[in-house]
Design a protein. Structure first.
Length: 758
């Protein structure tokens, strides 16, 4: 059944259903985790010895770590006490690390370092390395990493990783292996060494996959995707993020919280704002469950940017204000600056420029304050990279004696720090000199710009003076042209009067000549009629008498039969020549116009075949008539008959006794093609090339003589009717004549003639 709600309300209802489903899923996961935590708390309270209490205290502090800072600190302190009594260094170091994290999350970094430093005083074994020592160095590296102290964090992480490689049974502690690889990936990513970073992340992913830990796989894929984003390869990054999101199904909320911001950022970059809005809302709901103000502010900033691109300015402003409120009382200066910058963009788009300026000033002040931090971070990054390269080159030289190696390492570190500080000082001096040179060049450029501006003003004034002179000259030129124009008009009017008088005289002469030509034309027409009648009538009568001689038995008088045949051929030739001459002369002298009309091709063909029937029978040539009965062309009846007659006579002339002539038609859109083909002697290519320009008189298969005018006459007659003639021939294989005429735009004639002569 079709919904009666508007499309907009239907879409809102769909979003509401999706969000409700997501919240239900999140609620179920949280309920499941809460039930597990409740069981552990009960077992912790019922424990009868410190070993069990330390074990469940460790579980509880890790469970509360993402959500409840106070509960995490409480169980961490209890676990440290029980582990110290048990002299269990592994549990003690983990509890110290969780306790330090609780203070670090509240901004009390000094207290966090004090807690971790106190744990370093424990008696750790170095051969083989104690895993508790490795874990402690790893957590200290993490703490320095959060403070952007790459110089201290990277050596600590590398030292922990080298110690871990010396552990005999590394497969027994896969979580530590995963965490070390992930941390080194993060550090090298911060140093923009993305290939090395991805290699550590891939190792972390393989470890997590081996132990079937989905959370680890998700985080590793997400971090690799972040590296691809930093390298501007967004398609590969989106592929990895979607793979990570697929793994989050069936897990608790924390892994999805880490992956979702990366996916929303990729969608925003690809300008898929509608899809990004859906995931950004889910991201905000997830981040709120973690109670991490920085992550919540980032989620609001993303929503603000999406709404801004979708022109939902009110919602964009609400999200930007929420981000600013969350970041107002935090120590994360860079994130705070980003929130104010997003708020300034929204104010600017909504026309609230005064508020936009105020937010922008706050953002700019924060950015300026971070400039020194960024420079220090860059110096630290360079120094850390330099230290790392130096250490890696010296590893092979320091394997003989551990004590000597440590002393030399400390000495080298001091030297490297001095060199780095000297290098930094030199670079800063050079940078100051360069900036001063840039300022001097800028001032010189301003002076040059002012000089050019004065020169341009002088040029404009000069151009204005030139324009005034040109305008005066233009006025004088126009006046002179007007005077010349008046003189020319008078001159041409006088010439026009003379031309009219001359035209009247010439018109009278032309009328007299036209009258004379009309009288001459009438006389010419009478002369052609007389010639046609007086010459054709005797010849026709003579031909009839000769035909009657054929009735005599040929065996009685062979000589008479031979003479009769020769006389008949000569009469046919004379009649053909006379007809063609009269037709050609009439068309040339009179300049006649074709009287075209719709004609049935089959009817015209039948008439011409009837006239040639005796000659066809005499030469025993068979005519195959394949012309469509309902085919009409737009042509002149007499001219078309003359063309078909001449082409049929040519085909008959060069056909051998017992041969054939085939007549067919083909329609081509608005034209009709008539093909007259014979199986006679044919022509060579040389004869075809001069067929119309230099016609030659050829002898037929029975010695028939031609006039050389037939084909040329046919071509002229067809051209005057809007048609064309083409001849195709091959020596010894016959000739095909192709006539093209316009197709008649008339209804079909009711009668159809079917004449076949053979």
């Amino acid at each position: 059944m079709k919904s009666l709600l508007p499309k907009k309300q239907q879409k809102s209802r769909c979003y509401a259903i999706v969000v409700c489903g997501l919240l239900m899923f999140m609620a179920q996961a949280q309920v499941s985790q809460a039930q597990e935590v409740a069981i552990w708390r009960k077992q912790f309270a019922q424990a009868k010895n410190d070993s069990v209490r330390a074990e469940f205290g460790n579980r509880l502090q890790q469970a509360y770590q993402p959500y409840d800072n106070d509960s995490c600190r409480y169980f961490a302190e209890l676990t440290m006490r029980y582990a110290k009594n048990l002299k269990n260094k592994d549990i003690y170091v983990k509890a110290c690390s969780e306790l330090a994290d609780t203070y670090d999350r509240q901004g009390n970094t000094k207290k966090a370092f004090e807690i971790l430093s106190s744990a370093e005083k424990l008696p750790f074994s170095t051969s083989p390395p104690d895993t508790a020592l490795i874990y402690l160095k790893y957590r200290m590296a993490i703490l320095h990493l959060r403070r952007n102290d790459m110089v201290t964090s990277l050596p600590l992480a590398l030292q922990a990783y080298r110690l871990f490689e010396r552990v005999p049974n590394r497969a027994a502690v896969p979580i530590l292996d995963f965490n070390l690889a992930k941390t080194l990936g993060v550090l090298y990513s911060e140093l923009k060494d993305y290939p090395k970073s991805n290699s550590y992340y891939l190792h972390a992913y393989e470890v997590a996959k081996r132990i079937k830990r989905k959370t680890g796989q998700i985080l590793a894929l997400n971090n690799i995707a972040t590296n691809y984003v930093n390298a501007n390869d967004y398609d590969k990054a989106e592929e990895l993020v979607l793979q990570a999101l697929a793994l989050t199904k069936g897990t608790y909320d924390l892994p999805r919280m880490h992956v979702m911001p990366a996916y929303v950022g990729i969608l925003i970059y690809k300008k898929q704002f509608a899809k990004a809005l859906e995931f950004a809302r889910e991201n905000l709901a997830l981040q709120k469950t973690l109670s991490d103000v920085v992550r919540i502010a980032d989620a609001y900033n993303m929503l603000s940017e999406i709404h801004l691109n979708l022109k939902n300015y009110d919602k964009a402003l609400i999200c930007a204000n929420e981000a600013v409120c969350y970041m107002e009382n935090t120590a994360f200066t860079r994130k705070k600056g980003q929130s104010y910058k997003a708020q300034a963009n929204v104010f600017e788009q909504t026309g609230r420029f005064q508020e936009a300026l105020a937010a922008f000033k706050v953002s700019k002040a924060i950015e300026d304050s971070l400039a020194d931090i960024d420079r220090a971070k860059e110096v630290a990054r360079i120094q850390a990279g330099f230290d790392l390269e130096r250490k890696q080159n010296q590893i092979t030289l320091l394997n003989k004696n551990v004590a000597i190696q440590l002393l030399q390492k400390q000495k080298q570190q001091r030297q490297l720090r001095s060199l780095a500080q000297l290098k930094l000082t030199t670079e800063l001096k050079n940078k100051l000199l360069t900036e001063q040179q840039l300022v001097d060049q800028h001032q010189l450029g301003i002076q040059k710009l002012n000089t050019k501006r004065q020169q341009s003003q002088i040029m404009i004034q000069q151009q204005q003076l030139d324009f005034a002179r040109q305008r005066q000259l233009l006025y004088l030129t126009i006046l002179a042209m007007l005077a010349i124009l008046v003189i020319l008009i008078g001159y041409f009017l006088q010439r026009q009067r003379r031309a009219r008088r001359l035209l009247a005289t010439q018109k009278e002469e032309i009328q007299q000549q036209a009258q004379q030509l009309g009288e001459l034309n009438t006389t010419k027409d009478k002369l052609f009629s007389l010639i046609s009648h007086d010459l054709r009538s005797p010849l026709a009568a003579l031909k009839t008498n000769v035909d009657q001689l054929h009735t005599l038995p040929q065996s009685q008088n062979p000589l008479l039969a031979q003479v009769t045949q020769q006389v008949e051929y000569q009469l046919d030739r004379v009649l053909d020549l006379l007809t063609n001459l009269l037709t050609w002369s009439h068309s040339q002298l009179k300049g006649f116009r074709s009287m075209t009309q719709p004609l049935a091709v089959r009817e015209i063909l039948a008439q011409e075949l009837a006239q040639l029937s005796q000659q066809l029978v005499r030469k025993q040539v068979r005519v195959m008539n394949h012309v469509d009965a309902d085919l009409l062309v737009d042509a002149d009846r007499h001219q078309l008959g003359a063309v078909i007659r001449n082409l049929l006579m040519n085909a008959l002339k060069f056909s051998s006794p017992g041969g054939f002539i085939r007549v067919s038609t083909t329609r081509h859109e608005s034209q009709v093609e008539i093909q007259i083909r014979d199986g006679g002697t044919g022509m060579s290519q040389a004869q075809l090339s001069v067929l119309f320009s230099q016609p030659q008189v050829s002898v037929g298969t029975n010695g028939e003589q031609g006039t050389g005018l037939g084909l040329r006459l046919c071509k002229d007659l067809l051209t005057q009717q809007g048609g064309s003639l083409a001849i195709e021939s091959e020596l010894g294989r016959g000739t095909t004549a192709r006539i093209r005429l316009p197709l008649a735009q008339t209804e079909l004639l009711p009668e159809s003639l079917n004449v076949t002569t053979g």
